[in-house]
Design a protein around this ligand. Sequence first.
Ligand code: SF4
Ligand code: SF4
Ligand code: FES
Length: 506
Amino acid sequence: MPKVTIDEKVVDVPEGTNLIEAARLGGIEVPHYCYHPKLSVAGNCRMCLVEIEKQPKLQIACNTKVAEGMVVKTQNPRVEKARRSVLEFILINHPIDCPICDQAGECKLQEYYMKHDLAVSRFPIEEKVHKDKAVDLGPWVMLDMERCILCTRCVRFCQEVAEVNELCVSERGDHSTLTTFPGAKLENPYSANVVEICPVGALTNKDFRFKCRVWFLKRTESVCPGCSMGCNINIDQNEGEIHRLTPRVNEEVNEHWMCDEGRLTYKPVNQKNRLRFAKMGEKDLHPDEVLRAVREMMTGVDPNLVCGIGSAQFTNEDNYALASFLKELGSSHLFYHRFEPAHPSVDDYLIKADKNPNTKGVSTLGFKEIGGDRRFKFFFVLGALPEEALNRIALEQQKKVILFNPWDEETVHYADTLLPVGTFAETEGTFTNCQGRVQRIRAAFPPPGEGRPVWQWLTHLTRLFEKPAPNYTTAPALFLSMANQIAAFRGLDYEKIGNQGMLLKG
Ligand code: SF4
Ligand code: SF4
Ligand code: FES
């Protein structure tokens, strides 16, 4: 591995690494706009200029590979002067409309100006070139042409990641502008990723723009529940209202991206029809009353008439807690249901046809897909059952359904007892994606009303049945119990799952 000296720090870096990444490995940030680790090098912004010993001119760090013995300076007066000049040039025609710009607070122009420049413009404001401020590029993205610094990250993203020719730069000089190809729209299934990679506020997400200043957002690391790929995401919320989901880097799963469809999976969390209180029939009841009524209803029931219906939409922990509860009742009848749209989107990159985040997890826990078995009378169910599944279990009047659900939906009229639980954004636990990778989701905020995790309801119920209470009181303890009981989870450690996830055994 070549050794390079960057700002007097010696770093060992793999052959072929460019100087931006080499500096990053040494804990040094080289400012840059057009460079992105997952895209080809364009070298057009010149923000990453550095000094390399024995080379007369400053060089761009993004397009310079390390060589043994290289000595690099990223912070001397010559480099700093060049940086200031580049910033002055980029800002010549910039509209400086930060107060109304959605990028404010996470904008690389703001950040680098404050850190490296702070000069007053020598260019009269009246002479700035004006361009269109609100260009509709496609279903997700708006363009402000005046804010674009022509780094071409978005153009390269479309060509190299989405593999479509939708964006290009046309015209010359200060008339240059980002645009769509004639007749084309920015409408590939990954189109909104250009918003995050745009280093400035030129591209904004229609779903997010003007909704919330970024400094009010609180960020929680999670996993997209939109399909079995389990792309890593951030949930950005303010006071319990989710404003956006953005991709989080996991090179083993989604690299740096997520699909547009996945970005919408937060909408049901914010919906008004959340189930807030436990219910029997139409009545809201105190949770203890409901649990006692369930306990009474189940007294003396033949365990062979009881089944648990888990869900590929719920976490491993919730499904495991259901299986453990059923075991205490003496039943081993475990089935699961999943969401199956008629025409699921699919491609050969991230988007999977299975629109459930945890099909692999629930089946690994021993649940079978709902079949045509009609003998059961009592059903403990996670999540509203789709029509298909309802037909298969042939619910009639005398059958009893205890349903754990986040929403108070009309379609759940068949449930005798409703218990409010959290959505993916309000739940601590894990999903197992289609690769068999166990990944953590975290609660961004608690569920509304008396909602609580499935496993908490079930622990409470187990106690009422005078069975030994399960040995878990938190999601990590529940995971440990699962890892001890289920062979495929053996040896996995909740705390070590970290950002990459951990693969199931075997
Ligand atoms: S819109 Fe953003 S990402 Fe695209 S070229 Fe302009 S500044 Fe770069
Ligand atoms: S590919 Fe699947 S998991 Fe990834 S963002 Fe889209 S819906 Fe979510
Ligand atoms: S990041 Fe190197 S030239 Fe733009």
